[in-house]
Design a protein. Structure first.
Length: 132
């Protein structure tokens, strides 16, 4: 029987190991590419105001296409905003937190932003304190 043949069992084990290693390499390679996009992209929060619940983010560096921006308030994720425009260096994106699901900014809260590339979120790129 195949199940008692040591050569068959060894071949099956090698095949499974190959698939596991290949999946790990493919996943790790994608993470490295995404982290390169994250490292090369710089952004700045130019305003965060409680009056209108808007956060304005300006892109300072990087060439890869940003798919979205994540907004954190006091460390908690409150919005992932898709980026439909080019959002190239020098351009700004306004994130209106008053649009549902609404989040009301309060003065002196800390706001942070992070880019999203191909569905993979980056670490925080910039932070600012909300003004009245």
């Amino acid at each position: 029987s195949c199940l008692t043949n040591p050569y068959f069992i060894a071949a099956a084990v090698i095949g499974v190991l190959f698939l596991v290693v290949q999946n790990f390499v493919d996943t790790t390679t994608g993470d490295i590419e995404d982290s390169g996009s994250c490292l090369s992209t710089t952004m700045q929060i130019t305003s965060a105001t409680a009056l209108d619940d808007k956060v304005v983010v300006r892109r300072i560096g990087g060439t890869d296409t940003v798919d979205g921006l994540r907004v954190f308030v006091n460390g908690a994720l409150v919005r992932t905003e898709p980026v439909t425009s080019g959002f190239t260096v020098g351009e700004s994106v306004t994130i209106n937190l008053a649009v549902p699901p609404a989040y009301n900014l309060l003065a002196n809260q800390e706001v942070e932003v992070a880019a999203v590339f191909a569905g993979s979120p980056c670490n925080v790129a910039d932070s600012a304190i909300v003004t009245a």
